[in-house]
Design a binder for this molecule. Structure first.
Ligand SMILES: Cc1cc2nc3c(=O)[nH]c(=O)nc-3n(C[C@H](O)[C@H](O)[C@H](O)COP(=O)(O)O)c2cc1C
Length: 165
């Protein structure tokens, strides 16, 4: 059983999540092949039982490298995938101390929906998703993030047996 995991970490938080996830899955006997999107070929991804995609947010969207990568992904329709993104909480304005409007907060959280749109358009099948928060714009990861990733690993481990091609 195997998982191919592609992330677009810029500041290292998403890479740390991928690394922790890999260790958690190894303990369950499941191999995770992790790569940064810049090092992976979206048209020839390694064969796997499940694909995981991860991106940091950028002004309400997945970071550009992740969007370009996801647009090019070629996998058979029905292939199961999961999303495990990193995100920050919108911060109050530095000068006024005011929180962003509801509208910009909602836009800030569009990262996973956009990733889902891109992949569902190819007929891929989302089986799980979650987000690990970072506490500042660039990190570090929220307290207790390892437990959150462990819980995600527990959820997706049984799903790796569902797909055979
Ligand atoms: C310019 C900028 C814009 C950002 N926009 C968003 C956003 O729209 N939504 C969000 O959740 N996080 C946003 N973030 C926070 C990133 O999600 C955070 O930097 C990232 O998750 C850290 O992961 P990495 O260390 O793997 O790059 C932004 C960060 C920067 C620097």
């Amino acid at each position: 059983m195997s998982i191919t995991y592609c992330h677009a970490s810029k500041f290292g938080n998403g890479a740390a999540v991928a690394e922790h996830f890999t260790q958690a899955m190894a303990a369950k006997g499941i191999t995770v092949d992790v790569s940064h999107v810049r090092d992976a070929d979206p048209r020839h991804l390694p064969r796997a039982d499940l694909y995981i995609f991860s991106s940091p947010g950028r002004m309400g969207r997945p970071i550009g490298a992740a969007r370009r990568f996801l647009r090019k992904v070629q996998l058979p329709p029905g292939t199961p995938y999961a999303l495990l993104t990193t995100a920050s909480t919108p911060q109050p304005d530095k000068k006024t101390g005011e929180m962003p409007s509801e509208e910009s907060m909602a836009r800030w959280r569009r990262v996973r929906p956009i990733m889902t749109e891109l992949l569902d358009a190819k007929g891929l099948r989302k089986v799980a998703e979650d987000t690990v928060q970072v506490t500042g714009l660039k990190g570090p990861l929220e307290a207790g993030w390892e437990e959150k990733v462990d819980a995600f690993a527990d959820r997706v481990a049984p799903l790796t047996g569902l797909h055979r091609s």
